[in-house]
Structures are given as C-alpha cells and as structure tokens.
Write a protein that binds this ligand. Structure first.
Ligand code: ADP
Length: 504
C-alpha cells in the first residue's frame, strides 16, 4: 500500500490524531480535529504553539509537561484535560500517546490520539448534581420525619398521662377494659415512635456503649421470663441452652438485640420450636436464635436489615412492627463491633447470630433493680411546659401520685413561683423546646439558681432530630422521650431522688 493510501486511512480515524516529530514540531493532524475543536487541519499545522492554543489555559502546563515526557519516550493512556474550542466553548478530552519507531529502529516522533469525553463529563456532572439533590432531599426528609414524630408525640404523651391518672381512680369493669384497650393502642404508637427515636439516636452517635462483663446465663433467664408466656400462648417450644460464660458487651444493648431477634423468631414461626443457645469459638461467643419458622429466601437476607423492609406476610399478622427492628439491631450490633449473621432456608427456619468477645475474668456485673414504687408523696417538683395541655397532663399525673407541683408555662413564671413556694422543689422537669426559642435546660438552670442547689433535672423531648438529641444530652439532665409513659416517668423521678434502691 502506498504512503498516500495510509494517509487517507489515517485521515478517516475518528479520534483527533497528531504526529509530532522528535523535535516537537507537529508533522500531521487528521481532520477529526475540526469536528472536535473547530480548528482546521491547516490552522493546526501553522499554529505557533500547537496544540496548546486549543488547550484550556488552566490545563496548558500539564499538557506541555505531558508532551515533553512523550518526546522523551514515554507512553500513556486516558489522561484527561480541558480543550478550548475555536468558538470559546470548553470541552473535555482524554489523550493517549506512544512513541513511533521506524522500520530500522529510528525515532519518528510521537503519536497522540485524543478522544472527546465531553458527553461523559456532563453525564458525570449531572450525576453529581443529582446526588447533591438527593442528599438534600434525604436531609429534608429526615427533618420532616423528626418534626412529624415530634408533633405526634405531643398528643400521645398527653393521652398517656391522662390514662395513667385515670387508671388510678376507681372505675367500673367496662371502663377499666376500655382503658386497657387505649393502653394497647398507645403501646403500638409508642413502639413505632421509640423505634424512630432509637434510629435517630444511633445515627446521631449519642449512644456510646458501656462495656461490662455480661453473664449469658442471666441474660437468657431474663429473656425466658419475658418470652415464655408468649411462646406458650402460641404453642411454640421455647428453649434456652445457657452457658456459664461472660461476654464483653453493653448489657442493655445486647439484651435489646436479643429481645428483637427473639420477638421476630416467635413472630415468624407458626409451629415448632425456637431455641436460644451460645457456642464458643476460640475467644468468641456466638449467641444464636434458631427458629423453625417461615425462613427467608437468600435474595432477601440482606434487604431485611434495611429500614422499613418487610417481606410479604400472607397471613398479615397484625402484630408485625414497622420493619425497623432489624435496622436497629444492625446499628446496635455495629456499635458494639459485634457481627450479626443470618442463615435461613424458606420453609425450614432461620438462625440469627451475634458474635461477641468472651470476657477475661468472671467479674461481677451490676444490674439496677427498680422497685417500681409509683409514689411521689412528700416530693415537690417544678414543672415547665409551654403547651397548656401537656403541662396540665403532667401536673395531673404527678398530683395523682401524691406529689406537690410548682408549674408554669414560662421560665420567669416558674422562677417566681419557686421563690414564692414554702417548700423548694427537689427536682425539675422541663419540656426541651419552650416558647420564643427558650430551652428547657435554661429553665432547669434558672430553677437551680433560685434554690441555690443543683437539683436533678429531667428534659422531656419530642425531638428525634439527632442534633437536638446530642445538644440535649450535653446539658447534663436526664433526657426522656415523648410520649412519656407515666409509670416510667415516676420511676425515673424516684430514681433521681435516690428513692429506688440499686443493688449489685
Ligand atoms: P418487622 O418484624 O417489624 O417487620 P424487622 O426489621 O424486625 O421488622 O424484620 C424485617 C423483616 O424480616 C420482617 O418483616 C420479616 O419479613 C423478616 N424476618 C425477620 N426475622 C425473621 C425470622 N426470624 N423469620 C422469618 N422472617 C423474618
């Protein structure tokens, strides 16, 4: 084939090709340059500084250095730079280059091949923008969720307290039954809100595991007490195979994880058995929850750990939660650095397991035992909430338990009443968000200042916004989430006032 023919073939190459002589002079450029840059072949060949004039000013140094190294004999691929077209528009290109050696080994110079990648770059930019938009939308959704659960908590909390107050009064059987039904509904609502709060707290990073030596046998005993009844009701054989070993874990977090796994095992097992065991592998203990239930197909075994992911349940079991249980389990286990694993076969059953390090010694561990005494006789408590309904509900509950209440809906009002009261408050309870941007922690600080004593404080928050939770925890008061269950509020008060014994 003649040289002319080779040149014709080369001229038809789609990418922008150039041949530089060993001294750096451009010897040949193909017509694709015009399509990509708007500069003609002749313009390129007579350009004093080819190809730098076509390169974006900010990338010229890099391309100059690349050409220099190419002329020294290097080769390379896909180095990206910006071009500046004849009409001033900026585009993206990727250059590959290699030295050209003649048939007798003589150096003929360098061949560069430049591809237009502008379309790919704009697709990447569009993706980046879409990602930023999606993240913005995600944050907006989280804020919406936090706000929605906050507003939902207000009425639930009030109802919960009224119910607690009402349940203490004498009522006929029918009224008591209705009250029990209301409680059941409240419990379901509370459960969902608790899960949402749990997730926000875990995502906010305010949950810090407190490691201690946890006795597996005690944990299993506690689980047996909580679940045996339900298993019997469902005619399931629930067995525990304890071992006398201690694991290194956060007691409350581990207990919650196992409660969740066990609740699921019972929930998704129609007949047969549920077995909880613990095996030792080297330095690790693997706690396993076995069930002979419906099982999970392999393609769903990762998905069920995502938020709100539930597999279709033809029986439409109404006791199902919202699909947050395993999402919480996954976060909590990760917090302790404890891997969760799942083996399952549809129709046969599932085994969920958590792997924990075995504790070094068999040190004793502490369990705080609450005596559950719901009595506030002789206690004076300062209360602030800017929502009259909430304030009234809280006052009603505390009074129903025999407490004395100093209440107001503003900080000034509360401080004045505290000053006027014959008995100073021993404890203060404040809603976290008060009117006009004031915070509950400011109210508690003002009361402490007035009584000249750091009395215990309880901040009640409906916020699931992670930042708010972190902020509230930093104020040093006990943080409790709305809707507050009356009994546990009274228990917390007793605990803070040292009226509840804690035993080792
Ligand atoms: P929920 O139980 O509230 O639906 P979870 O996050 O606890 O939410 O579980 C997510 C899904 O995983 C459940 O809806 C169920 O389909 C499936 N699942 C969880 N545990 C089991 C189990 N032991 N056996 C079969 N399926 C299970």
């Amino acid at each position: 084939m003649s040289t002319d023919l080779f040149e014709i073939v080369a001229n038809y190459t789609y990418d922008w090709e150039s041949w530089f002589l060993p001294d750096g002079q451009v010897r040949w450029v193909n017509p694709a340059v015009e399509r990509m840059t708007g500069f003609s072949v002749d313009a390129c060949l007579t350009m004093p500084d080819y190809p730098l004039e076509i390169v974006h000013p900010e990338d010229r140094d890099a391309v100059r250095a690349l050409l220099k190294s190419a002329l020294e004999g290097t080769s390379g691929n896909d180095v990206e730079f910006r071009i500046q077209r004849r009409d001033g528009q900026v585009g993206w290109a990727a250059v590959s280059w290699q030295p050209m050696i003649g048939p007798d080994g003589e150096r003929l110079g360098v061949r560069t091949s430049i591809r237009d990648i502008s379309w790919r770059k704009s697709a990447e930019d569009a993706l980046r923008l879409a990602k930023v938009d999606a993240e913005k939308a995600d944050r907006a959704k989280s804020r919406f969720l936090a706000a929605a659960s906050h507003d939902l908590r207000q009425p639930l909390q009030a109802v919960s307290m009224y119910v607690s107050a009402l349940a203490r009064r004498e009522a006929d059987e029918t009224s008591q039954e209705i009250l029990a039904d209301i409680r059941t509904c409240l419990d379901a609502g509370n459960e969902l809100l608790e899960d949402l709060v749990d997730i926000s707290r875990l995502d906010a990073g305010v949950v810090v595991p407190e490691f201690s030596d946890v006795a597996i046998a005690d944990l299993f005993e506690m689980l047996e007490k909580s679940f045996q009844r339900e298993a019997q009701d469902r005619r399931l054989d629930l067995r525990f195979v304890p071992r006398s070993i201690f694991v290194r874990a956060d007691h409350a977090i581990l207990a919650r994880i196992l409660q969740n796994l066990l609740a699921n095992a019972l929930r998704y097992t129609e007949r047969g058995r549920v077995l909880v065991g613990c095996k030792v592998r080297g330095d690790a203990a693997i706690v396993e929850v076995w069930d002979s239930g419906i099982g999970i197909a392999p393609e769903y075994q990762d998905k069920i750990f995502e938020e709100f992911y539930q597999l279709d349940n033809p029986a439409r079991d109404r006791r199902r939660g919202a699909g947050l249980g395993l999402a919480i389990v996954r976060r909590k286990a990760a917090l302790m650095g404890a891997p969760i694993a799942l083996r399952s076969e549809p129709g046969k059953g599932s085994v969920f397991s958590i792997t924990l390090p075995i504790a070094q010694g068999n040190e004793a561990f502490e369990v705080i035992r609450e005596d559950g005494q719901l009595d506030l006789t002789g206690c004076t408590i300062a209360v602030i909430d800017d929502e009259p309904h909430q304030l009234n509900a809280l006052e009603t509950l505390l009074r129903a338990c025999g407490g004395q209440v100093i209440a107001s809906n503003t900080i000034d009002g509360l401080v004045n009443r505290v000053a006027a009261s014959q008995v100073p408050p021993e404890l203060a309870i404040a809603d976290y968000r008060l009117q006009a941007g004031a915070r509950g922690s400011d109210a508690i600080a003002a009361v402490r200042f007035k009584v000249n004593r750091t009395i215990p404080g309880i901040l009640v928050t409906g916020d699931t916004d992670p930042e708010r939770i972190a902020e509230a925890e930093a104020s040093g008061c006990r943080l409790i989430h709305k809707p507050v269950d009356g009994a546990s509020l009274v228990r917390t008060i007793n605990q803070l006032l040292g009226k509840v014994s804690s035993a080792a």
